[in-house]
Design a protein around this ligand. Structure first.
Ligand code: AP5
Ligand code: MG
Length: 212
């Protein structure tokens, strides 16, 4: 089954996707990760996305949709997770068309519900590996050696957009543009809500039970 994982910045989309990839062999498509990789490689796509991301704004729909269209073509026959896409109703509508063209479908759009105070703690405390993208938290999931990735020994750093002023913009952008997707997916019968406000393993089990 292909799924959409959506929710606020810091809700745990990346953490849950990593577990779904690891334990169930699914493929993760994270538009945020794709943009960060494009920025790191100084590609045209990265240049186009960087200023929006640094401010906490959404990258324009036309850029994101074109990027996902390309990626989807390579996913035939695989079970995939869309992490961070769609994020606007226009993106959700475009996704519907892309899936149809590729004879694919989405089984469930899973909304991870987490209260705002918890989101702020998760985002300000998050650290990520610059090389492999592994996600840590200074209190709840620190790397074994400070600043060094457990998985690849890469450098563990704070994301540019995890500074407090940018977090505020990201949360506002999310409320205005992404929350309306709940209604969109309720209307087409794919919507499921999962509490993301518990230990990551418990969230994973709740998601896994939906895939059975
Ligand atoms: P993106 O990278 O997608 O960021 P986001 O949606 O803001 O979400 P995050 O990655 O911040 O959070 P997450 O839910 O993955 O949480 P995580 O698992 O890391 O997008 C970045 C930017 O790219 C956007 O602002 C935009 O500019 C652009 N962009 C991307 N997609 C776009 C699109 N479709 N359209 C337009 N623009 C787009 O967890 C966070 C922390 O919490 C970690 O430290 C983790 O260890 C901890 N944690 C996770 N789960 C738990 C748990 N259950 N209990 C305790 N701690 C936990
Ligand atoms: Mg993420």
């Amino acid at each position: 089954m292909n799924i959409i994982l959506f929710g606020a910045p810091g809700a745990g989309k990346g953490t849950q996707s990593a577990m779904l990839v690891d334990k169930l062999g699914m493929v993760q498509i994270s538009t945020g990760d794709l943009f960060r990789s494009a920025i790191k490689n100084s590609t045209e796509l990265g240049l186009a996305a960087k200023s929006y991301m640094d401010r906490g704004d959404l990258v324009p729909d036309s850029i994101v949709i074109g990027m996902v269209e390309e990626v989807l073509k390579g996913l035939k026959g695989k079970s995939f997770i869309l992490d961070g896409f769609p994020r606007t109703v226009a993106q959700a509508e475009a996704l519907g068309k892309m899936l149809q063209v590729n004879s694919m479908s989405i089984g469930k759009a899973i909304f991870l519900e987490v209260p705002k105070e918890e989101l702020l703690d998760r985002l300000t405390g998050r650290r990520v590996c610059q090389s492999c993208g592994a996600v840590y938290h200074i209190h709840s999931k620190p790397p074994k050696e400070a600043g060094v990735c457990d998985q690849c020994s890469g450098q563990v750093v704070q994301r540019n957009d995890d500074k407090e002023d940018v977090i505020a913009t990201r949360l506002k952008t999310y409320e205005e543009n992404t929350l309306p997707l709940r209604g969109f997916y309720r209307d087409n019968g794919k919507y499921v809500e999962v509490s993301g406000n518990r230990e990551a393993g418990q969230v994973f089990e709740a998601i896994r039970s939906l895939l059975a």
